[in-house]
Each structure stands twice: as C-alpha cells, then as structure tokens.
Design a protein around this ligand. Structure first.
Ligand code: AMP
Ligand code: MG
Length: 412
C-alpha cells in the first residue's frame, strides 16, 4: 500500500478533476454560484457626474466670500430631481436645486448642501425657491460624484472563478448583467458503509451505532457548493455495494464519496465491485487523523473513500474533498480561512501531519490568537470536534510543539 504525504495525495486527487460545464442563469439564481466568465464594465460608474447631497448646484467661484453673516444670494434657475436630465448651462450668479443622485448641470462645479443655505426644506413637493442665500464657500468638486469615479468602462470588475457574493450581484445588476454564465453545481453521490450502521431515528441495539457521517458529509458538501444525492448505507456485501455504485452511474454524478471501510482488508466488497468497472487504490496518508483512504474511479466517475471514524471523515473532507469540489465547481477560492495562532500549551505529536481539534480565542491585550486543544483527540470523538472552532495544523516531522510556538489553523 502506498504511503503518501498529504500534498502528494491531494495532488493525485486534484489531477483527476476538471471543472463541470457552465450554464447561463438570471441574476436572482446566482447567489453562491461560481462565475464562469470575466465581467467587463460596459459603462462608467457612476454613469454621469451627480450630486451626493440634497442642495444647490453652484459655481464655487461665486461663493468665495459667502459667510453666515454675509450670505451670497443666487438666482435659482432650475430644479433637478433624481432621474431628470438637465439641459441648462449654469451661469455665474445662478444656482439649481438638486437632489442626491441627480445629474450636475453643465457650468456647475460643486453642490452646497441645503444645511448651508436659507432653504433647508426637504418636504416632498415643496417647489424650488426663486432665490437662495448661501452661508458658506465650497471647494470646486465638493459633493460631486464624478462620472467613472467607481468603475471605468472596460475595467474587468469580477473574474472567472469567483464565488458570487450578495454585493457582487448588486454590481452585476448596476452594470446591466441581468444574467451571467456560471458553473453548474457539481453533483456528488454520497453513501456510508457498514453493517453496524443504524438510521438517526432508530433505537440503539447491541453492537450498532447510528450513521453520523452521512449527515456531516452531506452538509459539508452542500456548504462547499455541491448538490448532494444521498444513497444511504451500503451493507457489507457485494450486491449492496454494486447497487449503490450503479445508481451513482445512472445519476451521472461528478463524484462518488463514501465513508468507512478503507482500513486494510476491510473494504473488500467495494474493492471487488469497483475493480469490476474501474480501479481503486488504497493509500496510507502521512496524516492524523485519517491515515487510510481510497481513491479511484467507477464507470469513469471519480471515487473517494474517506475513513469511517467521524473526525477522520471530517478532516479527510477538509484536506482532500473540499479542494476537489472547488476544482469541479470552477472556483478559484482557497477554502477555509487560515489564521496564525500561538499554542497555549505544549503539544506532542507523532511526526504525521496532524489536524487537531482546537479552540482559537483572541488575546485582546496582545492582539494575537491563542489556541487550546479540545477534549480527547481520538478520531471517533465527535463531541471534541463540535467543541472546536479550528483545526490546528502540526507539520509533518514535528514531534513536540512547545507552548508559545506559532502554528497555522483553519477556522471551521
Ligand atoms: P471503518 O473505517 O469501517 O473501519 O470504521 C471505522 C470506525 O468508524 C468504526 O468505529 C465505525 O463503526 C465508525 N463508522 C463507520 N461509518 C460510520 C458512520 N457512517 N457514522 C459513524 N461512525 C461510523
Ligand atoms: Mg466498517
């Protein structure tokens, strides 16, 4: 059986995945989808010079001497609500009432907010005054949002591979993209295996446990952007395993993911079935937890077999499967956020690359993150994973981390 480093195993897995096909969707369906095109702005933003205040468009040079004691009186020659398109040219001695977002007329070079005038009345429907007194001078350009200040036509504003966030959808809409090209969601068939597994609502009986992995893994897959098809539990016999795997082929999924049965000798049925229509390698990965895993393909569909222990399955997902889903889904984002943390206690390791359950907290005084391990690190102990908010990464080759040393952690 091959012994691989974590990086080698990840590289081997990733090299067999290509992005899925794309589809054009209306913007309303694009939240959390991955963009499959670069977005180039077809117009400037804002598209025209406009006012950032309710006030009066003016020529700054007219107001050099204006003060509250000696206001400057201007003739109001136009009223410019948002959505209107002024055609006037503002001459010296003139002002135009203007609303936030309305175009600044030619000739004007600044906006005086209503607060600095004797016409501080914003009630709807109030007509513009014939004259206005201005109490303050303004700088040229004050309260003016120039055309193109945010985005210029021709700028690439979003790149292919970006996971679309709510604010991205707003930007797409403002640029006139009512629909965009996105990657379709990767489809993953998921099953658990083992004769000991019961449904979540079953009463416990001798020697049996409830299947927890399929819930954890399905939720992780969905969070990573996949559509999940839950195939249930494969019992430890040839026909049951073959039946599940053939369903996956019929469904035309992009990945088959299973948990359990990958330690030496245990996975015989899966191995037999998969090798009748594909291939399967068993790996020992130099990591903790989650050393054994299986990787291959069935009917040309990639297959990843994670270990059965609940924490090992979780860590195996984070280390290998998340990256595979990202590759399949066309995403260029980098996975879990990583922070540098300082260990509060000495940690002994066994030289394997270790992903330990930890609780990261902020030290407000020193401005750093400190971490403690949570509970018993046995790979079957799901509660210690639930209590953790991070996986602390101890590099391969390290056997003892002294208290105070800095390490990387993934926030989970
Ligand atoms: P295995 O990889 O089949 O040797 O299983 C390793 C351990 O994980 C055993 O204690 C199994 O009972 C447990 N296990 C396997 N599958 C699941 C599952 N779906 N949910 C919870 N525990 C499991
Ligand atoms: Mg088993």
């Amino acid at each position: 059986m091959t012994l691989l480093s974590v990086d080698q195993a990840r590289e081997r897995i990733l090299s067999s995945f290509r992005p899925v096909t794309t589809e054009t969707l209306p913007l309303t369906g694009c939240s959390d989808r991955v963009l499959a095109q670069d977005i180039v702005a077809a117009n400037d933003l804002p598209p025209f010079d406009n006012s950032s205040m309710d006030g009066f468009a003016v020529r700054a040079a007219d107001l050099l001497e204006a003060t509250a004691a000696s206001p400057r009186r201007l003739r109001v020659v136009a009223d410019i609500p948002a959505g209107s398109h002024p055609t006037i040219f503002l001459a010296s001695g003139e002002a135009a009432r203007i609303m936030t977002g309305a175009p600044i007329p030619d000739g004007a070079d600044a906006v005086v907010p209503v607060e600095d005038t004797d016409f501080n009345n914003r009630d709807a429907g109030t007509p513009a005054p014939g004259e206005v007194q201005i109490f303050k001078s303004v700088k040229t350009g004050a309260n003016r949002r120039p055309r193109g200040m945010d985005i210029q036509a021709g700028n690439v504003v979003l790149h292919k591979g970006r996971l679309l966030k709510p604010q991205d959808l707003g930007l797409l809409a403002t640029l006139g993209f009512a629909q965009v090209l996105v990657y379709r969601k990767p489809r993953v068939a998921l099953f658990s295996s083992g004769d000991e597994l019961l449904a979540a609502d079953a009463a416990l009986e001798g020697g049996k446990i409830r299947d927890s992995n399929s819930y954890t893994l399905a939720a992780l897959l969905e969070e990573a952007g996949a559509d999940v098809i839950r195939l249930g539990v494969a019992r430890d016999n040839h026909a049951a395993v073959q039946d599940l795997l053939d369903q996956a082929i019929e469904l035309g999924v992009d990945l088959i993911l299973s948990s359990a049965g990958v330690s030496v000798g245990a996975f015989d049925y899966v191995k037999q079935v998969i090798e009748s229509n594909g291939n399967l390698d068993f790996w020992r990965v130099n990591m903790r937890p989650g050393k054994p895993m299986a990787f291959g393909e069935y009917g040309k569909i990639p297959f990843i077999g994670l270990p059965g222990n609940p924490v090992s399955a979780f860590v195996g997902f984070e280390v290998f499967v998340r990256a595979a889903i990202q590759r399949l889904g066309g995403s260029s984002s980098g996975g879990r956020p990583t922070v540098r943390v300082r260990c509060a206690e000495q940690i002994d390791s066994d030289g394997r690359e270790s992903y330990l359950r930890a609780r990261v907290r902020e030290d407000a005084e020193r401005g750093i993150f400190i971490t403690d391990l949570t509970g018993h690190q046995g790979s079957g102990n799901l509660h210690s994973l639930v209590q953790a908010n991070a996986l602390l990464i101890i590099p391969a080759g390290v056997k003892c981390v002294p208290a105070g040393q800095e390490l990387q952690a993934w926030l989970i």
